[in-house]
Design a protein around this ligand. Structure first.
Ligand code: C5P
Length: 222
């Protein structure tokens, strides 16, 4: 059986979550979606009526919030102060505000510490995010950086949401570009591949093919 950590980083809309869950299931590993933690922190900020651009107030609010995520590969449990927010974290309101919240260094320090604790408690784990290979788990067994062409990412996201009009797909592409730009240019833990990451471009691969590829890499890395 696989023992260790697989990190899965990359921009939005590359299929990281589906691929990550698929890899975790195949390896018999736990699964940690760190984006869900930043999204849950954003719910806490919005519920407190705080401006996501006010870094000090954001840091204070998130420090006082109890953010819990499950690591069972088959389910998604996300709670803020005991309230189930698994559906709300996917709302457009949260998606708009999450990059600003996750750029606050104190928020990152708090959630990274929590992520390391969760990973430390697991024998085998797949961890998905933006800075997992570079910052959170620099000694991971296998680091994967998943990319895809921007048009492909917008098309896939549109498919998931059931959107078909060109204008709607353009909006999605613009939102993906905005978040990538924000995540890649922030000072603290910007999105970039770790020096020792394997870059996998999923533009022309099926989800199953990407999962197969990463499972093979993980087994070879043992
Ligand atoms: O992966 P997901 O799209 O759910 O992540 C939402 C946002 O959370 C990202 O756009 C990014 O701003 C932030 N994030 C981060 N570091 C991580 C995971 C997510 O900054 N490790």
């Amino acid at each position: 059986p696989f023992r260790g950590a697989v990190t899965l980083d990359g921009p939005s809309g590359t299929g990281k979550s589906s691929v990550g869950r698929g890899v975790a299931a195949r390896l018999g590993a736990s699964y940690l979606d760190t984006g869900a933690m930043y999204r849950a922190a954003t719910v806490a900020v919005l519920d407190a009526g705080i401006d996501p651009g006010d870094a000090e107030a954001v840091a204070r609010t998130v420090a006082a919030a109890r953010i819990e995520v499950g690591t069972e590969a088959g389910t998604e449990r996300v709670e803020v102060d005991g309230a189930d927010v698994a559906v709300r974290i996917r709302s457009a309101e949260v998606t708009r505000a999450v990059s600003a919240v996750s750029a606050v260094p104190a928020v990152r320090r708090q959630l990274v510490a929590q992520q390391r604790d969760l990973v430390g408690a697991a024998d085998a784990v797949v961890v998905e995010g933006r800075d997992i290979g570079t910052v959170v788990l620099p000694d991971a067994t296998l680091k994967v950086y998943l990319t895809a062409a921007p048009e492909v990412r917008a098309q896939r996201r549109a498919g998931q949401l059931g959107l078909t009009e060109a204008a709607q797909i353009d909006d999605l592409a613009a939102d993906l570009r905005r978040r990538d730009q924000y995540d890649s240019s922030r000072a603290d833990s910007p999105l970039r591949p770790a020096a020792d990451a394997v870059v996998v471009d999923s533009s022309e691969l099926s989800q199953q093919a990407v999962v197969d590829r990463i499972v093979a890499l993980a087994q070879a890395a043992l």
